[in-house]
Design a protein around this ligand. Structure first.
Ligand code: 13P
Length: 265
């Protein structure tokens, strides 16, 4: 269970490992065991939460390992469908995920937007279904190299954020994580600089506050994702505006993932 009061404090970081389409369920069991062991060796780690997001087929196995280890690592999913059940071949609902004690669900990852045609409207429906099932969505936004290079990236990211938060119900706004993942930094080895990450995280916070209005209560954590590794993690976390990471490639290896988790101060 997430203690939301603690979780949404600016000093509390979330380090989320998005395994994408990697690790079959046997590998996922081994990797989860190693992550638990490495974290145990580190002792008490304050000011942070850790989540791992295996593929759907490994969720049940990873859940079992985390529970048998008594681990505080949160279970996450990479996607969901917004209807609770029905004739939607190949889909997995947020309702089903919540039965596996999933706490966090990534929605609108750029790979889903570009490869599977997901738009802001679909992303919003998915995020709403996540919240309706008492989980927290990690909504991904971020520009391509084209918008970065032609200078329209601020407008682009703001528009993505506004389209979600303007139409978001109160329950979603009080449980919101947005991950800034510039497409040019994903899997390329070229991370955003600290200045670029901070600028985007602050832009997202300002755009959300403007759209929601000063009167409504909301909780927001903004993560950075894109080529985070053991070399750049400490620097990227040195500003409080960066609320944590959504880590791809470097989360596949338990040693590097736990080293990134350890870079939270
Ligand atoms: P990489 O860390 O491999 O660049 O991936 C980032 C990402 O897409 C996480 O969701």
């Amino acid at each position: 269970m997430i203690d939301k009061e603690q979780f949404f404090l600016p000093s509390h970081r979330l380090i989320a490992g998005n395994w994408k389409m990697n690790h079959n369920h046997l590998e996922a069991i081994q990797v989860t065991r190693k992550i638990c062991l490495r974290l145990l060796e580190k002792g008490e780690l304050s000011n942070r939460s850790v989540s791992i997001h295996p593929s759907f087929i490994a969720l049940r196995s990873v859940q079992t390992v985390l529970e048998s280890e008594g681990s505080s690592v949160l279970l996450g999913a990479q996607n969901c469908f917004y209807e609770p059940q029905g004739a939607f071949t190949g889909e997995v609902s947020a309702t089903m995920l919540s039965k596996l004690n999933v706490s966090l669900v990534i929605v609108g990852h750029s790979e889903r937007r570009t490869l599977f045609g997901e738009d802001d409207q679909l992303v919003l429906l998915k995020a709403k279904s996540v919240v309706a099932n008492n989980m927290i969505p990690i909504i991904c936004v971020g520009e391509s190299s084209q918008e970065r290079n032609d200078g329209s990236y601020k407008e682009f990211v703001t528009k993505q954020v506004i389209s979600i938060v303007e139409a978001a119900p109160k329950e979603l706004l009080s449980n919101l994580i947005i991950a800034y993942e510039p497409i040019w930094a994903i899997g390329t080895g070229i991370s955003a600089s600290l200045d670029q990450a901070v600028e985007a995280c602050e832009l997202i916070k300002e755009a959300t506050t403007r759209a929601v209005g000063a009167t409504k209560e909301f909780n927001l954590k903004v993560l950075y994702g894109g080529s985070v590794n053991t070399n750049n993690a400490t620097d990227l976390l040195s500003h409080e505006s960066v609320g944590g990471f959504l880590v791809g490639g470097a989360s596949l290896d338990p040693d590097s993932f736990v080293e990134i988790v350890s870079s939270v101060r």
